[in-house]
Design a binder for this molecule. Structure first.
Ligand SMILES: [Zn+2]
Ligand SMILES: [Zn+2]
Length: 327
């Protein structure tokens, strides 16, 4: 019996009778992080890091969760499990699974860049490594956090000089907080849309430090936003919420910006900011784990898997999800 099986419900650990990030309702679910393609409602019982548990409660009203800190070992029917930082979004973890001398690591989503919000990724040595490869093509190479911060600060400064608000768009969990904290010394006030504001409040109460920020509800037509940075989710930016911003410049922040065609009427600026590892970081991470058996999932599995085989790894694809853009 293999320690981990790949099933249509997700990663199954038969000896412990539990799943990691199950795609269907199961009795016992170990969750890597709070994004909706990893944490789903309706399971009998959940296991997660304390911050992921708080996020799951906030987003999905999931209550029945037992929490374990990073590096804390818990056993289910003799199998040792532990969470290790994945650096992807607040609370995000890789899951280490060890039994009778065999060790697996399932990454969930991860990034290697160190931001001002998440606990940084830690390499976990293992025999079998299950890695996402959302951006597993050589064209995806990220700039450093410092370079990105400089680009965003310059754009904010230019807008200020033209007396225009700066609307920066990113997903409400992870990307929004990273963007908000990226410029280390803000050059004006920071506002957030209601969803991001509420998420920030939950994270702040859980102990994460943020620059001062305020709620922008989208009704304040008299407000002077000409020197402000406004953090909004892409859906808020497309809604009525954006109507009262006055004169503004908008910018998106996504890894897909590296290759996406620019649309007329879309954002003015496209920052390449991803919460996933780039091509080089994926390869570096595989090397650093010391694993010989690699399972690739999420994204460009074919190209990345073939590259690993060319390097001499025993690499297999375990799922295709190109039809949906993972968060
Ligand atoms: Zn994902
Ligand atoms: Zn994610």
């Amino acid at each position: 019996m293999p320690l981990v099986e790949f099933t249509n419900k997700g990663f199954y650990v038969p000896q412990a009778d539990c799943y990691v990030d199950p795609e269907k309702k199961v009795e016992r679910a170990i969750i890597t992080h709070g994004h909706s393609d990893h944490a789903r409602k309706g399971c009998g019982h959940y296991f997660a890091t304390p911050l992921t548990a708080i996020i799951m409660d906030h987003r999905y009203r999931i209550k029945n969760c037992t929490t374990f800190d990073f590096n804390e070992v818990f056993e289910l029917n003799g199998v040792a499990f532990s969470f290790h930082p994945a650096g992807h979004v607040p609370g995000s973890a890789q899951v280490r699974i060890s039994y009778k001398g065999e060790t697996w690591v399932i990454t969930g989503d991860y990034k290697r860049a160190i931001d001002n919000v998440c606990r940084p990724f830690e390499v976990v040595p293992c025999d079998h490594f299950v890695t996402e490869c959302t951006f597993g093509l050589p064209i995806y190479q990220w700039k450093s956090e410092e370079e990105l911060a400089e680009e965003i600060k310059l754009w904010w400064q230019e807008n200020r000089q033209k007396k225009r608000a700066s609307l920066l768009m990113g997903y409400s969990l992870g990307k929004a907080q990273r963007l908000m904290q990226m410029v280390k010394e803000p050059i004006g006030p920071i506002y957030c849309d209601p969803t991001i504001y509420k998420t920030n409040e939950v994270l702040r109460q859980a102990g994460i430090d943020f620059h001062p920020y305020e709620l922008y509800e989208g009704l304040e037509s008299e407000m002077d936003l000409s020197n402000a940075l406004i953090i909004g989710s892409p859906s808020a930016a497309r809604s009525e919420w954006a109507n009262s911003l006055g004169d503004f410049s908008s910018a998106s922040a996504s890894g897909w910006n590296q290759t996406k065609k620019r649309r007329l009427g879309g954002p003015e600026r496209h920052f390449v900011v991803s919460d996933h590892a780039d091509w080089s970081e994926l390869i570096q991470t595989v090397e650093e784990t010391g694993a010989d058996n690699i399972y690739v999932m999420h994204g460009f599995t074919e190209t990345f898997g073939q590259h690993l085989r060319d390097l001499g790894y025993n690499a297999k694809t375990v799922s295709h999800r190109l039809n949906q853009q993972p968060k």
